[in-house]
Design a binder for this molecule. Structure first.
Ligand SMILES: [Zn+2]
Length: 129
C-alpha cells in the first residue's frame, strides 16, 4: 500500500487514499459516469481521508438516491464520492490523483448502463444511481 493524494481542480478539496502503487480502476458506461469520464478506484472507508474541502462539497442524488455524488461547488470537479455499489466505502476518481505515486493503472470496463438487464435478480449492484 502507498499513500496517494489527490483532489479537485481548484484545490479546495484534497484527500489521501491508501491503495497499491499499481491500481485497478473501473470505467462505467452508466448515465453519469460516461458524462463525467470518471475512473473508479474503490476503497473501504478506512483507507480514505478527506484533508480539506468538506465545506465546499455539494451533493447530487438521483434515481434510487443511494449513491451520493459529491462535487466541488467552486470548480465542479467530482474527485470522489460514495457509490451505490459500496455505500460503506468511497470511489476515488483516478483521474484526480496527483502524479508521482501511481506506477501503473489497468482499466476494467463495467456495463453500468445495462446493469439491471444483464444482472436479473440483482446480483451485485451498479456503481451509480
Ligand atoms: Zn474545486
Amino acid at each position: 500500500m502507498v499513500r496517494h493524494t489527490g483532489g479537485c481542480h481548484c484545490g479546495a478539496v484534497r484527500f489521501e487514499v491508501q491503495a497499491p502503487a499499481r491500481i485497478e480502476v473501473t470505467e462505467c458506461d452508466c448515465s453519469i459516469c460516461s458524462k463525467t469520464g470518471y475512473l473508479h478506484l474503490i476503497v473501504p472507508k478506512s483507507r480514505f481521508k478527506l484533508l480539506s474541502g468538506e465545506d465546499v462539497l455539494s451533493t447530487y442524488e438521483f434515481n434510487t438516491r443511494t449513491a451520493r455524488h459529491l462535487f466541488c461547488s467552486v470548480c465542479g470537479i467530482k474527485s470522489f464520492y460514495v457509490p451505490r455499489s459500496h455505500p460503506d466505502g468511497f470511489s476515488v476518481n483516478a483521474r484526480c490523483l496527483d502524479e508521482g505515486t501511481v506506477e501503473a493503472m489497468s482499466v476494467k470496463a463495467l456495463d453500468g448502463k445495462n446493469w439491471e438487464r444483464s444482472h436479473p435478480g440483482g446480483r451485485g449492484k451498479p456503481l451509480e444511481e
